[in-house]
Design a protein around this ligand. Sequence first.
Ligand code: NDP
Length: 433
Amino acid sequence: HARDPNQPEFMQAVKEVMACLWPFIENNPRYAEYGLLSRLVEPERAIQFRVSWVDDNGRVQTNRAFRIQHNSAIGPFKGGMRFHPSVNLSILKFLAFEQTFKNALTTLPMGGGKGGSDFDPKGKSDAEVMRFCQALMIELYRHLGPDTDVPAGDIGVGAREVGFMAGMMKKLSNSASSVFTGKGITFGGSLIRPEATGYGTVYFAEEMLQHAKQSLDGLTVSVSGSGNVAQYAIEKCMQMGAKVVTVSDSHGCVVDMAGFTPAKLEALIDLKNNRRDRIETYAKEHNLTYEIGKRPWHVPVDVALPCATQNELELDDAKMLIKNGVRCVAEGANMPTSLDAVDAFIGAKVLYAPGKASNAGGVAVSGLEMSQNALRLNWPREEVDARLHAIMRDIHENCVRYGAHGNEVNYLNGANIAGFVKVADAMLAQGVY
Ligand code: NDP
């Protein structure tokens, strides 16, 4: 705390991981040697820089941007870029720290990183977003490379923003090496990458339910958020026979007890991705209730998939979900559940999956995008989806391996220990630096 004042999100993430690791480290004291833990919580490099750009009215705007290169023990730094007014050093350090364990869990050779800016793409023209992305890359490009650091999308950074940044990267580096993932399909993108985080979260929820001799088929699900992760979580839930009854955004939530249909999802995707409007409009156009300022957790469901942002599911929300009989909570977002809410779920024996396990499908397919780029090949949709599904099963198995106590699995312990062991072994083998 003394070293990193005013970094509550980073402290929260470190506390969660260390609380899980402590009993394991006491039984495996070699992991307490060579300053391993203090090296693990310190980013290898954190870059902060100014981004100045000219808006459509000819005025100069200045934003702040960052790239946190957290840990490269098992591969190049890898993690998304977030554009949101709330972005600061604490949030990006927490995300980069989490990313390190998540990437280790995917079984692919990727280190952990994260970046972003307090730039808000909402309400900006395409030309403004392009100028901002280009201005950001004027600094960021020198820190990236296919074997150094490979960014991707996150909140506020979708196909449009990745395209503008990847284009500028190519221009400045005079190289066509693909140093972003989540690229468009015409310039090195992978099929299934847009779907991967949402699909993977639902595959993971299904694995947890099956392990407990249940299934998603016929269950009712609440999803929060309405962006990339939420959209494809909804699609996969429907494909697996579950009924999704909520979505949300930063202003409120929509409740639809009849459940999503493919036509409604198509309308939501068009509204969010093309019209760039709010879900309040979606609710009006479909005669649905829009609850201003509310989260979706008061709606009775079997499964909850928080897919919006950090700390969007707190203790009172967890208590309400538990009271209403929730069986499974799988995080599509990063750290959406506060620490006390996580404890409440685990205490109530709800199947709870931390994001670093359940939302790892996105970065896993980013890893597959890197492989395809290196091979100069494009794999068909079915092949990428099958690999994604297999990776999610592997992550589940690994969580069971490190988190099972009798018939029960503590997925929080499982994910944290499994991710840690891989990174820690790699760090120990490569010496102190
Ligand atoms: P998008 O920008 O596509 O969507 C974000 C969604 O979350 C929007 O519905 C947004 O609402 C909502 N949201 C953002 N901030 C808040 C807030 N403060 N309170 C309530 N709702 C909010 O982002 P993604 O879907 O890509 O990311 C969602 C989460 O998933 C993040 O935690 C991200 O880190 C995580 N994630 C994403 C991966 C990916 O592949 N994209 C991979 C792994 C994790 P509004 O439109 O009002 O802003």
